[in-house]
Design a binder for this molecule. Structure first.
Ligand code: BGC
Length: 499
């Protein structure tokens, strides 16, 4: 193969009629051999079948049925892309595009209708087994997310992620799924975006939109339980399932910021933006305990508020040790970049603190950054490279897989989505720089989303899919967008070089 690349380089030089070429080295235009390309979805966003074959209700079923206006256009996931019934078509499309990995999540209440292992729903177990078998038969590796935001309603009724008992309950669920699927699944994400899960408690960004008057306190309790639940699942796998040879991580999320100016205060604000969001979860796992500046800041603010204890409850040394070292790779969710300035966002009329106000940054965007359809979305390719570099530096160059990255449009041009192609081409290009120029250990890229899907509070208007779904058609007809065709060629190119 080296000879092939050498000959290719010689032929390019020849065509240019010069012995000195300005082209980058061929290795910079390709990903390293073994680099994985995948696509991802999440159960509530695509499956539908909300009460099919014994599935129990979850917090998203509940909030969309009880409070339809919670979601734009009163949309819900009752049918969504109907992947519960159409998964074979989905796998066929994944194969057509050439993906080597499919990341999907388990609907907890489909497997355990009331969230507990004393009541297992066999059709739910079978659904995921069939999906996994279908993927493996086509040579596509499953990456399974155990929890992507659809908590069984019965568990929410006992306090959901605020109740410390959830740590044991999650461990039991993880035990069941490792035991059931672990022979076939080698890639696991315990929890998707723990940071965003905190935004459903004390804030109404996501279901259950509960404990709104406890913000500033409840987010930190929830985060603590999420980290302990993750660590339990990881330790359990180490003890009981290490022979399955799988790799586990979380999918980390938050805000990635660059300073709005080069003033020291804004540089510090950008650092806080990272440490209080991504770092809140990644630091305990890769280094141990919460980031020290985060602890100091919340301790101080709590004192100034006249409290005798910090709103950020500390971990014990045993808990720090239990959580540290519980990831085999860094699962990175990255979409956009923000500019950070020092200060507190004054748009909220609520004078009480929250985890967001504790962070103390005002977010903005550079006017030159192109928009996506989602209100928070800006296209900033260089951001992903800076972000990956930050991870390498903070956590000792871990193996990184980008487990979510993608672009939203409004779908008005149906399958014509040049914005998504531009996004993927430029972000993937920056990732190559992360690998070859910055020396970071990036092993894969997973596009979000494989299908147009239920985009949480945005309903069906924000379209993240490589594949369009006709939500007005009972057959939920799927059509590959131009970006899916582009992706197929992109992956195929790599096969040509590395087969
Ligand atoms: C979530 C996805 C969501 C995507 C785009 C991520 O935070 O994991 O479920 O669709 O962002 O909003």
């Amino acid at each position: 193969m080296d000879l092939f690349l050498t000959l290719l380089a010689i032929s390019i030089v020849g065509v240019c009629g010069s012995t000195k070429t300005e082209l980058p080295p061929i290795s910079h235009t390709m990903f390293p051999e073994g680099f994985i390309f995948g696509a991802a979805t999440a159960s509530y966003q695509i499956e539908g079948g909300w009460n099919a074959d014994g599935k129990g209700p979850n917090i998203w079923d509940n909030i969309t049925h009880e409070r339809p206006s919670f979601v734009d256009n009163n949309d819900n996931g009752d049918v969504a892309a109907d992947s519960y019934h159409r998964y074979k078509e989905d796998v066929q499309l994944l194969e057509n595009i050439g993906f080597q990995m499919y990341r999907f999540s388990l609907s907890w209440a489909r497997i355990l209708p009331n969230g507990r292992v004393n009541n297992v729903n066999q059709p739910g177990i079978d659904y995921y087994m069939n999906l996994i078998d279908e993927l493996l038969a086509k040579g596509i590796q499953p990456m399974v997310t155990i929890y992507h935001w659809d908590l069984p309603q019965d568990l929410e009724d006992i306090g959901g992620w605020t109740n410390p008992e959830i740590v044991n309950i999650f461990e039991e669920f993880a035990d069941l799924v490792f035991q059931t699927y672990g022979d076939k699944v080698k890639w696991w994400i315990t929890i998707n975006e723990a940071f965003m899960v905190t935004r459903g408690y004390g804030a109404d960004m996501f279901a259950p939109a509960a404990y709104l008057d406890l913000h500033g306190i409840v987010e930190y309790q929830v985060a603590r339980n999420l980290l302990l639940a993750h660590a339990r699942a990881y330790r359990l796998y180490q003890k009981k399932y290490s022979h399955q040879n799988g790799k586990l991580s979380m999918a980390f999320a938050g805000y990635f910021c660059i300073p709005a100016t080069d003033h020291l205060a804004d540089i510090a604000a950008a650092e806080r933006c990272y440490q209080h969001t991504y770092g809140w979860f990644a630091h305990p796992i890769f280094v141990g305990d919460y980031p020290s500046e985060m602890k100091k800041r919340i301790d101080l603010i709590s004192k100034l508020e006249g409290r005798n204890a910090s709103r950020l409850p500390p971990f014990t040394q045993d808990e720090i040790d239990e959580i540290r070292g519980t990831a085999d790779f860094y699962g990175l969710n990255h979409y956009t970049t923000n500019l950070a300035a020092d200060g507190v966002d004054q748009s909220s009329s609520d004078p009480n603190p929250s985890s967001a106000s504790d962070t103390g940054f005002i977010s903005s965007a550079d006017p030159s950054w192109p928009d996506g359809a989602a209100s928070w979305f800006k296209v900033v390719p260089q951001g992903i490279r800076l972000h990956v570099k930050k991870i390498c530096e903070e956590y000792g160059n871990p193996e990184i897989i980008v487990v979510e990255n993608g672009y939203s449009e409004d779908g008005s041009n149906f399958t014509h989505d040049p914005g998504r192609i531009y996004f993927l081409e430029t972000y993937l290009g920056e990732l190559r720089e992360s690998i070859y120029t910055d020396g970071c250990n990036v092993r894969g890229h997973i596009t979000y989303s494989f299908l147009d899907s239920f985009e949480w509070k945005g309903g069906y208007m924000d379209k993240f899919g490589l594949v369009s779904v006709d939500f007005n058609n009972p057959n939920r007809t799927r059509t590959m967008k131009n970006s899916a065709h582009w992706m197929r060629n992109y992956i195929e190119m790599h096969k040509i070089y590395y087969q």
